[in-house]
Design a protein around this ligand. Sequence first.
Ligand SMILES: [Zn+2]
Length: 347
Amino acid sequence: MNPPEPLALLPKADLHVHQEATRYLDLVLAEREGREPYDWAAWRRRLAAEVPPGRERLLRIGSTQPVPLALDADDELFVARFAALMRDHAAAGACYVEVRCGGDVVTRDGFMSLFRRAERQVRAEYPRLRAEALAILVHGARDPRQTAAFAEGCVRAADEGLAGVDFLYTPYDTEADWTPMYRLAERFAEAGLGITAHAGEVSTANIAAAAAMPGLTRIGHGVHAAADPELMRLLADRGVTLECALTCNAYFGVLPEVDGHPLTRLVEAGVPVTLATDNPVQLGTTIEREYALAAGLGLGPERLADLTRNAIRAAFTSDERKAAMLAELAEAERARLSGGRGGPARR
Ligand SMILES: [Zn+2]
């Protein structure tokens, strides 16, 4: 898809991308070995033919590993696969990306310095790209000892620059007891970590509970809030930002509305919204494509710029980086309004 020029010039931000460890390792190795990478388009077609849309299909999201995860132990490959993810985002016009990584990755020795090494490599080519790392806690508190070790690791990594924690709690489609997560979230917030949580992707369950979590400022997905005016009011009043992944929602068939994505309804209700790729390799998308899809839903250039502005404001990064990105966004907006002259180069 070739987006119109104003969209190409707009700085974009992705607050919700999973690291896709073995998928990016496969891309890096395929290029080095001169072979084709794993065919994710065929995988998507197969899965769509075999598994009905909704929760069932969503559960298959991490079902295929194209190369062994053991390869990730190699520091050089580890850096290369993070750099590949960041480069994909930079090439798609992103000024900012937050990468969600598992607990084993975040607690790896020297994780943040390897992550920063990848970021420096990409910034040498795309100086406007900034990246931060998040830890994702999946099915927290099921194994208290493992959860405690994860929490320790995150707090330690916060000192080294880890930006935040994302909770992916279960049950996902019905109301869960979030109380144990609140205690953890409190501890993370005290350590200076940003807090977000996966909720409201497949139903309205857990949106209100997540929004009440100490320190939480964002929700991953949350699109089912569009089905409930009270939930939308709650999110708007608390300024909870939704990380919306249009391609992901459409492919897995989890939307609350039958006639398309409720993105514009959320925007009209005053809910701060941003865009996200979620699993770009597996889903065959880029952050530029997500913005083009949002344009297709009826968001004009100002509203698209708002998405980036929302993302920068809600980003788990330093005030210095936020100020620099907001200034670049303002510069791009001025260039757009003066007819595209003097706009920032895309890299
Ligand atoms: Zn996600």
